[in-house]
Design a binder for this molecule. Structure first.
Ligand code: COA
Length: 244
């Protein structure tokens, strides 16, 4: 496959992806863990996601899957699903590819991002967010953030907050794009290198100014990717998208 072209700041040119945003299930945890280990110097303990999904009533976790790429237990096979379907063996190869439901026997759609929050009264605390290293720079982490904010609005939160390493300028840029501002520092918050955490808060997500910005950002994402959402507590902003 042709390599994506590099653009000025070194990020690859976004390739349109066909995505599904859904609640995290126990069977997602292995894939989540592998992104987690590639993303954080202090990954959560092995059982943490299981506990969060099963026991924490205040928690909501989500994943994004790339419907045109598959992962199975042995390997990750990136490539359009339609291409895989064209390689079906005779006599199934003669069947028209329309009207055929995707067949995940050869693997599940690849998990490309995950994130979660805790709802504490009217505050949504983002506890984690990460995108798969090989899709970074393609607005997938951003789409995960918009899903979390949409859910926060659906749960009647007024503000969204999170902690971020002072050195994590990429994530800080993303949060600023969604109105987050730093309001304080937690000194030596991260035990691996004693790094400080910045505490960031969004604007009041009920304000018209925030909602205009949010809608604008989502409209820009719709130009890049298509997605469906299957989570119940939606704020009604993200919805499903369709590219023209
Ligand atoms: C932080 C993270 C989730 C962002 O996801 P991503 O898929 O890499 O980023 P996106 O492509 O969605 O970028 C969205 C925005 O972030 C900023 N951004 C992303 N990559 C950037 C880069 N290389 N340079 C400058 N800004 C960048 C931009 O504002 C971008 O918006 P734009 O495309 O309109 O410029 C991802 O990098 C990640 O998983 N990092 C490791 C884990 C982590 O640090 N999590 C956050 C903990 S608080």
């Amino acid at each position: 496959m042709e390599q994506p072209k590099a653009i000025s700041d070194g990020r690859p040119e976004p390739q349109p992806m066909n995505l599904r945003i859904e609640p995290m299930q126990l069977e997602d945890v292995a894939e989540v863990r592998s992104i987690e280990e590639a993303s954080f110097s202090l990954p959560w303990p092995r059982n943490a996601y299981r506990r969060e999904i099963v026991e924490n009533r205040l928690a909501r976790y989500f994943v994004i899957r790339d419907l045109d790429a598959t992962t199975d237990s042995e390997e990750s096979t990136h490539g359009p699903l339609s291409e895989r379907m064209r390689t079906r063996r005779f006599p199934f190869s003669l069947l028209p590819s329309v009207d055929i439901e995707p067949d995940w026997r050869y693997g599940r759609p690849t998990l490309v991002a995950y994130g979660g929050l805790w709802l504490m009264v009217d505050e949504a605390h983002i506890t984690t967010i990460a995108s798969r290293p090989d899709v970074r720079g393609q607005n997938i982490g951003e789409l995960m953030l918009t899903a979390l904010i949409d859910v926060a609005i659906g749960l009647a939160a007024r503000w969204v907050t999170l902690e971020v390493r002072v050195s994590n300028s990429l994530a800080r840029t993303l949060y600023k794009k969604y109105s987050f501002r730093s309001t304080g520092i937690r000194p030596r918050y991260y035990s691996d290198n004693q790094e400080d955490a910045l505490v960031m808060w969004s604007e009041d997500v009920n304000l018209e100014s925030f909602q205009c910005l949010f809608q604008e950002r989502i409209a820009a994402l719709r130009q890049k990717h298509t997605w469906t959402t299957t989570y119940p507590e939606t704020g009604g902003f993200l919805g499903d998208s369709a590219r023209d």
